[in-house]
Design a protein around this ligand. Structure first.
Ligand SMILES: Cc1cc2nc3c(=O)[nH]c(=O)nc-3n(C[C@H](O)[C@H](O)[C@H](O)COP(=O)(O)O)c2cc1C
Length: 307
């Protein structure tokens, strides 16, 4: 009997080789180790950690999460232990999990971004760095990726201090996302991650108070999928570097749409808050689709939307 040829699921993001294209999105999967026992890590190509900053951050006032009909508004405000504690306390436990780790970093200035990236560059257990240029929840701070010149400046500075895979995560809240993506690419990013959340709010009409402590937050989940997909397609059609596409993916069909639109890998975010083992089901669905369509290599699926 002839052996059925194996399906290749491996993808490459800069220097990072992932066993499959599924990435658990920053802020929705902790540091991975908290989910031991709940997750089949063999189905997770990589975990993007909660965004880490130079100093510890307490985050924003509660309530930080509000669930709407088709999504979630969050305003966590980058609560995290700071880079030193992350390296001394978290990394070791993370390394016992057999997947790749993308460390998400945030900062209030080029100085802060550079310091933290430098620190991670010296740390051997770090597979890749995702620079969060798109957090909507830091009061009085502009979102870097709303400005293509700022995006270029930050990524250029970070490219000088790390040779590790550098991923720029950009906001959908901009009129021309392609120009921002191109700026990040030109400054030396190895890959792009999009989208982060959309600005959103909700008001309790009885108390007349906003449901989110910080008044507004970032919107994610199934409601944003068509908008995310459009932006991923626009960007992936132009840039030469890999795009990690996501925003609203809840099942295999949605993940396949992002791959067809040109994403090299897909990110699962909000869905993890409800089903932390969703990657397993999504990966099984992708494999089933590839078999049904007789696609042997996931890289052949990328950008193959029929137009
Ligand atoms: C509770 C929560 C916390 C998040 N924290 C971060 C974060 O720290 N850094 C980041 O880059 N994105 C963060 N995000 C955004 C997600 O990584 C993702 O880009 C976004 O939610 C869209 O994808 P989704 O619809 O699959 O969730 C957070 C999202 C949620 C829901």
């Amino acid at each position: 009997m002839m052996n059925r040829p194996k399906t290749n699921l491996g993808v490459t993001i800069g220097k990072l080789r992932l066993a499959n294209p599924i990435i658990c999105a920053s802020g929705t999967f902790g540091f991975g180790e908290e989910l031991r026992g709940f997750v089949d890590f063999g189905s997770v190509g990589a975990i993007a950690t909660k965004t880490i900053t130079l100093e510890p951050r307490a985050g924003n006032p509660p309530p930080r999460i509000f669930e709407t009909e088709c999504g979630v508004i969050n305003s966590v405000g980058l609560e995290n232990p700071g880079v030193d504690k992350f390296i001394s306390e978290k990394l070791k436990a993370m390394r016992e999990i057999d997947t790749k780790f993308i460390i998400s970093v945030g900062g209030g200035s080029i100085f802060e971004y550079s310091k933290i990236v430098q620190r991670l560059d010296e740390t051997k257990d770090v597979d890749a760095i995702e620079v969060n240029l798109s957090c909507p929840n830091i009061k009085n701070k502009k979102i870097v990726s709303q400005d293509k010149k700022e995006t270029y400046k930050v990524v250029k500075a970070l490219r000088k201090v790390t040779s590790k895979t550098l991923i720029a995560k950009i906001t959908p809240e901009v009129s021309d996302i392609v120009s921002v993506a191109v700026a990040a690419q030109d400054a030396g990013a190895d890959a792009l991650a999009l989208v982060n959340t959309f600005f959103a709010m909700a008001i309790n009409i009885e108390t007349a108070k906003p449901y989110i402590g910080n008044i507004y937050g970032g919107y994610s989940g199934p409601a944003i999928k068509p908008m995310s997909l459009y932006r991923v397609w626009r960007v992936a059609s132009v840039v030469k570097i890999p795009v990690i596409g996501g925003g609203g993916i809840t099942d295999a069909d949605a993940a396949i749409e992002f791959l067809l639109a040109g994403a090299t890998a897909v990110s699962l975010g909000t869905v993890n808050l409800v089903y932390p083992n969703k990657a397993k089901e999504v990966l099984a669905g992708i494999i089933e689709y590839m078999r049904r369509k007789n696609i042997k290599d996931i890289n052949k699926l990328r950008g193959s939307m029929n137009v």
